[in-house]
Write a protein that binds this ligand. Structure first.
Ligand SMILES: NC(=O)c1ccc[n+]([C@@H]2O[C@H](COP(=O)([O-])OP(=O)(O)OC[C@H]3O[C@@H](n4cnc5c(N)ncnc54)[C@H](O)[C@@H]3O)[C@@H](O)[C@H]2O)c1
Length: 262
């Protein structure tokens, strides 16, 4: 049976853990050849590194070491995908870090680091990928007007305030904007650019992410009776990366159990 991403090459940043790991797995199971770009292969929630786990199932998944805040790493990650597989159809910008500090506690260095990874990283990876995508023919099996797809992982935080995390929320607001900007500027060249905005997703993150007061806050904000799973986000990312999403661009798709509807 052929999958929804059969024959496509996808680069997934942050694919070592959490949501990015689930996206890499879902894409590979749908037929994509996947390259994971991450600073580490360690899995925050525990387990075998993503590329080893999926490769052991016979799926074409590999890893490239990259810090998305570094321009040379971003260029090298795209170059690695092209060298290994000859084309790049899908970029998922998932890598991000949190800080958990309000304005008065956030140092200049902390602000710079969060923005460098979460926003500049998306800019650098997207620029490197789109630079190539606009030069390639659409894959034979794809709609003839789609040369490449960008799927950014944003957040509900960025549309509404991220309590006590000014740098993170600001970075995610920037990602939502960048998504629309790229969608508009490169539509004529066949680039679809969308985002998925997760609500509270339980991943392997520790610290603030699992502090009882933030878990309680998330439940209070989420009409759906459970919090999110990485697979919830992966399903939405798959839709936006697949031929099922045509004539959809500049969208920021909430996967938040209704958080933003409340
Ligand atoms: N978990 C949530 O509740 C939630 C909610 C909204 C949005 N998000 C977004 O979803 C995405 C994934 O979140 P998660 O919970 O899976 O996080 P996570 O911490 O489990 O995974 C993040 C991954 O990014 C990688 N990474 C971090 N800095 C990097 C860098 N500089 N270069 C390359 N890779 C780097 C990490 O090594 C890790 O593999 C992020 O963009 C996050 O902002 C998460």
């Amino acid at each position: 049976m052929s999958g929804r991403l059969q024959g496509r090459v996808a680069l997934v940043t942050g694919g070592a853990s959490g949501i990015g790991r689930a996206i890499a797995a879902r894409f590979a199971r749908e037929g994509a050849t996947v390259v994971i770009a991450d600073v580490t292969t360690a899995v925050r929630e525990g387990g075998t590194p993503t590329h080893e786990w999926l490769a052991a199932e016979g799926l074409p998944v590999s890893h490239v070491a990259a810090d998305v805040s570094r321009e040379t790493d971003c260029e090298a990650a795209v170059a690695a995908a092209l060298a290994r597989h000859g084309r790049l159809d899908i970029l998922v910008n998932d890598a991000a870090i949190g800080l958990g500090k309000p304005l008065l506690d956030c140092s200049r260095e902390e602000w710079d680091r969060v923005l460098a990874v979460n926003l500049t990283g998306v800019f650098l990876m997207t620029r490197a990928a789109v630079r190539h995508m606009v030069t390639q023919d659409p894959p034979a099996s794809a709609p003839p007007d789609v040369r490449g797809r960008i799927v950014n992982i944003s957040s509900q935080h960025g549309m509404v305030a991220s309590p006590e995390d000014i740098a993170y929320g600001t970075s995610k607001a920037g990602v939502a904007y960048l998504t629309r900007q790229v969608a508009v500027d490169y539509a004529a060249q066949g680039i679809l650019c969308n985002a998925v905005a997760p609500g509270k997703i339980l991943t392997g993150k520790t610290g603030r992410a699992v502090e009882p007061r933030w878990i309680e806050y998330s439940h209070a904000r989420t009409p759906w009776p459970r919090l999110g799973r990485p697979e919830d986000v992966a399903g939405a990312a798959l839709f936006l990366a697949s031929d099922d999403a045509q004539y959809v661009t500049g969208e920021n798709l909430m996967v938040d159990g209704g958080w933003m509807a409340f």
